[in-house]
Design a protein around this ligand. Sequence first.
Ligand SMILES: O=c1[nH]c(=O)c2nn[nH]c2[nH]1
Length: 295
Amino acid sequence: ASLAAARYGKDNVRVYKVHRDEKTNTQTVTEMTVCCLLEGDIETSYTKADNSPVVATDTVKNTIYITAKQNPVDPPELYGAILAAHFPTKYSHIHAAHVNIIVHRWTRINVDGKPHPHSFLRDGAETRNVEVTFRRNEGFTISSKLAGLLVLKSTGSAFHGFHRDEYTTLKETWDRILSTEVDSQWTWKRYQTIDQIRSNAAVFDRTFDAARNTTLKIFAEDDSASVQATMYKMCEKILADTPGVEAVEYTLPNKHYFEVDLSWHKGLKNTGKDAEVYAPQSGPNGLIKCRVVRK
Ligand SMILES: O=c1[nH]c(=O)c2nn[nH]c2[nH]1
């Protein structure tokens, strides 16, 4: 037997950082969960019980905190790149690092119409995620992600004209509920240096906000022929708006809401155009994926 691939490190490292602005007496918080895995000349720690090449996962965890203290944690793409580059820079036998960051929502509370200086709320399980791989001599591969954005539209969605055969029971519909939990990911053209990323740092927040707004606008306004057709429009728009992005991927579960036939109860009409009461389904669910690139 031989070792075909290996990477190791620390996962589920929870990090909180506060920025205190003395001038405006306003505080800003960031909370994230970080995974950082290393690759390199570490084979003998697997094959020969030789721990000498092992930068302990505890050391990785310490480095995550030190890097967060000594550098900005926003945008997460910049923090992730600084963290990923640290290991191959300091340890010659580590050739690559893979950093995955989940940024949790702390939205500033509006009190009596005014943003509060140091109070926040968790308005949804939606997160902003970043995946950074730094490989010596190859630079940075960065993907940014919007994850877990739960949306529903009560009409404006149809699904008909699909293939029918002896396995098909699904009825065609011209008016259905559409609900999904958006995972949207965009991959940036490769960066070679931290300085290039730092000088371009504003593009990451701007693109995240634009991708989120595009997703919500197209979800709401598209007269959806299918999940597939609507998600493709989202990808097209994000690519058109963001020259620095080379691919956009969406993963959309189709969270079904089934009509409840109540006609057995005194002929109560609750199907088709009379449907008002539905049964939300936990599963099974459709799962629709796509990756869209420039022509
Ligand atoms: O939007 C949809 N796409 C599909 O592929 C599908 N299959 N069943 N329902 C569906 N809805």
